[in-house]
Every structure is written in structure tokens, then in C-alpha cells.
Design a protein around this ligand. Structure first.
Ligand code: UDP
Length: 477
């Protein structure tokens, strides 16, 4: 309570690491605002709902943040026994549904926490994850301005804001359209119907209704905060600013603040010292990094295709391979015969966690085969590494379109109707980025965007200016 005082902002992330980390980075930015900028800084409180799944790194993470930023206060909500990890894994539509239900069920705890905080401080804004926008009801009740926070691209926010209109204008589910039908959403490039975010394919599914309800609810927010920056998503941010998605005669949309890139700081080797040393012994821009986020696992058949594709590309590689229960055992037996012998010295398969941001910043990394999680994409952008976009779940198919066609910072991997990527396809895409003239252009653009990413929060940079505008609005000055 000693630390919670004066003007305070409350962050209410969805408690998955990717969502939590970027929101905490927002908190650090608020905390770091110099006193000259807005009169005085903010106290930052992060309310963390106890996740219905195992978050192995969370205690260490909170401890580290508290050590470096002692004035960021974490409040942990009590566990909710009605949600269990068994419901949550493996990732499915139910996983997304649970995210919404779980956050809604946390509202009574959130209300109590906000009431307690209000005894010590003026709560100037509640920042809610887009899975947690049910918390806007609590904010309204307590007279606190609610700000949905997008741990995803601005294009995804534009997509949601137009979804209610699209829903009314089209009678059918996206899944019933031809896969290649191009959807026109203001702020997005033409989006194939097959690439809408996961959970939105079928309008009869409960999870679709959750998204639709959320899309309507956020239209009455005090403003939006998005983890992106002007140079990266000009089309989406312009559409959001102009309210291109607002039906004729409807009120002006809430303002949108692009305050990214918010990525976790480079934490050194994170226990993967050997891996980083190996990278440092490789030539500049020669290694293809493959990493598929916190939940990306593949069938044995797919693993074999990846191995064959890598080998055939002839390039050096670092493959971060998360195993599932079926193939956790002996990689030698799983991967093609003699794979390890033939690729010795040229390739490294790493079976545990690496600090991806640290790896991406190594000089030897020349391309990143990514599952298109938004944090991974931003980390790649900040490191100036071009991408091979291989989406797996959530809104990642849409992000593939953005990376390849809008930002032109990578190439898209083609996934067949069964969800598989062949060795030949992977080889082709890796070669495109590493060998061809197209790859050279991609590398130049990636390098250029790296400069913009660094400048976005520098003196006078657009993200810094947006944060200051937001801070002034919150302080009502
Ligand atoms: N990550 C990492 N090491 C790994 C796998 C993932 O450091 O071996 C980090 C990665 O840098 C990113 C986050 O985990 O910050 C994953 O977030 P993202 O949004 O990319 O994907 P998600 O896991 O949420 O699908």
C-alpha cells in the first residue's frame, strides 16, 4: 500500500506470458516517463489473475521485474478451481473460450482489488487485455476509464472493430466461403477467408459470439493501446485514426495509441550459453533460426519434413524444437536416418527454451522461421531479421499475410489443406530469404525497419509522442 499512491494506472493482462510481458513493458514505459513530461509519473499496479494453466516462469518473472522496477506493484488474484489445465490443453477453440470465461469470472476479484487500490490512489485508467474486456463493466461501475490493450497487431484491432458490420453484411460463416475469397476489412490488405483469426470461422460457435460481443463492447472504450508503431502498420493505424470502420452516422471512434514495439528486454543467455556460443562461432547472417513460440509442437511426420527441408536447403540452422508427449523421446529415432551426422557442425537442434530475443540479436542469424506470434514478429523486426512466416494458431494466419504482403518483411509458407508443410516448400522459402535477390531486398527492408523500431520510442518518436498524449489524457492535463 505504501507504493500505491497518487496517480495510478492499473494493468490487467491475460495471464499468458506473451500477453503479460508486453503489458508489463507498457507499465515500465509509464513508470519511466520523466517528471518533466507530464508533471509527474504514475504508480503502476499489475493485477494478475491466477492462470488456469501452468505458467512455469511467472514467479521468477515477477521477482525480476520487481527488482528492476520496485515501484511496479503486482497483485495476484486467488485461484479459480472451476478452471483447470485439463480444459485448457491441447490448444483448441475451447482454449480461447476459456480465456474469455476465465477473465469474466475474475471480475468480482478485480472489483475488490480496484476498490482497495482506490483507497490509496487515484486510478486514472484500467488497461485490459482483449480477452478481459468484460472488466470494462467493472471499470464503468467504478468510474475508471477503460483502455483495451492489444498484444496483437493494429490490423487485428481494425479487424475486430469492423467485425460487427461484416457480420451484419454477410449472412454466412467465414468457413462457408471459398478459402481464397478475399475479405475487405478497412485497414487490412485483402484477407483470404481461410486466414481470419482462429475462433471466427463459424458464426454458430460460442467462441465466435465471444469475439463478436467483445468487438461491440470495445467500441465504447476510452481509447485503445496497441503494441505496434506507425512505420510498421501505417495502413491499419490510419484506418483506426480515421474511423474507417465506423458505420455512417455512428459516433467518432475512441483514439488509438500505438506505443510499440514493447518487447521483453534481452535477458542474456537465459541458460542457453552453449547455444549462443555456437551461434557466435558461425559466419554473419548464415544461420536460419526456427522457433515456434510457447505452444508450437508438431507431429513426427511434420518434424521429419522440417528436417529434410532444412538439410536440402544447405543452410546452417538453429532449430528450437518443443516436443509433445508422443515425440519427447529420442530425436535420433524421430528424425530422418543420419540427419544429425550429416548436419553436424552446420546445424543445432535445441530441445529446451532459449531466450529468443537474445538469439535473434546474434549477428550470425540470417532468417527466422516463425509461427507468427506477435511478440516473435516484433522481436524479429527489432533485430532486423527477415522472416519465413509459418502460422500455427490464434491470429497467426492473418499475421502471415501482414508480414509477407503488407510489411514485406518476410515470405509466406504455404500450408496444405491438412495443415502440413512439405520439405520442398520449407526448402524453397528458406532459399528465397537466404539466397535470392528477393532475399536481399527483404534483408534491406528488415534492416531499415529495425532502425524505425529503435527510433519509435526515441526522442520525438511516434510511439513516445503517443504515450505522452495518452499520459496527458489520463491526467486530464
Ligand atoms: N520465447 C522464447 N523462447 C522460446 C520460445 C518462445 O524466448 O523458446 C518467447 C518469444 O521470444 C516471445 C514469446 O516467448 O517473446 C512468445 O510469444 P509469441 O507472441 O511470439 O507467441 P505465443 O507463444 O504467445 O504463441
Amino acid at each position: 500500500a505504501k507504493l500505491i499512491k497518487d496517480d495510478c494506472i492499473v494493468l490487467y493482462p491475460y495471464p499468458a506470458m506473451g500477453h503479460l510481458i508486453s503489458m508489463v513493458e507498457l507499465g515500465k514505459r509509464f513508470f519511466d516517463l520523466s517528471t518533466d513530461d507530464v508533471g509527474c509519473g504514475f504508480t503502476v499496479v499489475v493485477i494478475v489473475a491466477e492462470a488456469p494453466f501452468v505458467l512455469p516462469n511467472i514467479d521468477v518473472y515477477i521477482k525480476t521485474v520487481t527488482e528492476t522496477h520496485p515501484s511496479i506493484v503486482f497483485l495476484r488474484l486467488p485461484p479459480q478451481p472451476s478452471f483447470t489445465a485439463d480444459d485448457y490443453y491441447p490448444p483448441s477453440l475451447r482454449t480461447i473460450e476459456i480465456a474469455f470465461e476465465f477473465m469474466r469470472a475474475s471480475n468480482p476479484f478485480l472489483r475488490l482489488s480496484l476498490q482497495s487500490i482506490s483507497l490509496f490512489a487515484r486510478v486514472r485508467g484500467l488497461f485490459v487485455d482483449f480477452f478481459g474486456t468484460a472488466a470494462m463493466d467493472v471499470a464503468d461501475e467504478l468510474g475508471i476509464p477503460p483502455y483495451p490493450f492489444m498484444a496483437s497487431p493494429a490490423a487485428q484491432l481494425a479487424f475486430f472493430l469492423y467485425l460487427p458490420t461484416m457480420h451484419d453484411n454477410t449472412g454466412s460463416s467465414f468457413k462457408d466461403l471459398e478459402r481464397g475469397t478475399l475479405l475487405e476489412f478497412p485497414g487490412l490488405p485483402p484477407l483470404p477467408a481461410a486466414d481470419v483469426p482462429q475462433g471466427l470461422e463459424d458464426r454458430n460457435e460460442k467462441v465466435y459470439c465471444e469475439f463478436l460481443e467483445m468487438s461491440k463492447r470495445i467500441a465504447r472504450a476510452a481509447g485503445f493501446v496497441v503494441n505496434t508503431f506507425d512505420w510498421l502498420e501505417p495502413r491499419a493505424l490510419t484506418a483506426l485514426e480515421n474511423g474507417a470502420f465506423v458505420p455512417d452516422g455512428a459516433p467518432k471512434p475512441p483514439p488509438c495509441y500505438a506505443i510499440g514495439p514493447l518487447v521483453a528486454p534481452d535477458k542474456g543467455d537465459g541458460g542457453a550459453e552453449y547455444c549462443l556460443k555456437w551461434l557466435d562461432s558461425q559466419p554473419r547472417r548464415s544461420v536460419v533460426l526456427l522457433s515456434f513460440g510457447s505452444m508450437g509442437v508438431f507431429s513426427t511426420e511434420q518434424l521429419r519434413e522440417i528436417a529434410a527441408g532444412l538439410e536440402r536447403s544447405g543452410h546452417r540452422f538453429l532449430w528450437v524444437l518443443r516436443c509433445n508427449d508422443n515425440n519427447a523421446a529420442d530425436l535420433d529415432a524421430l528424425l530422418p536416418d543420419g540427419f544429425f551426422g550429416r548436419t553436424r557442425g552446420k546445424g543445432l537442434v535445441w530441445k529446451s527454451w532459449v531466450e529468443q530475443a537474445a538469439v535473434l540479436n546474434r549477428d550470425s542469424v540470417g532468417a527466422f522461421v516463425t509461427h507468427c506470434g506477435w511478440n516473435s514478429v516484433l522481436e524479429s523486426v527489432c533485430a532486423g531479421v527477415p522472416m519465413v512466416a509459418w502460422p500455427l494458431y490464434a491470429e497467426q494466419r492473418m499475421i502471415r499475410v501482414l508480414v509477407a504482403e503488407e510489411m514485406k518483411l518476410g515470405v509466406a509458407v504455404e500450408i496444405d489443406e491438412k495443415g502440413k508443410v512439405s520439405a520442398g516448400e520449407l526448402e524453397k522459402r528458406v532459399r528465397e530469404v537466404m539466397d535470392c535477390s528477393e532475399g536481399k531486398a527483404l534483408r534491406e527492408r528488415a534492416e531499415n525497419m529495425k532502425g524505425h523500431a529503435a527510433a519509435a520510442f526515441g526522442e520525438g518518436g511516434p510511439s513516445r509522442m503517443a504515450l505522452l498524449r495518452l499520459a496527458k489524457t489520463l491526467k486530464q492535463i
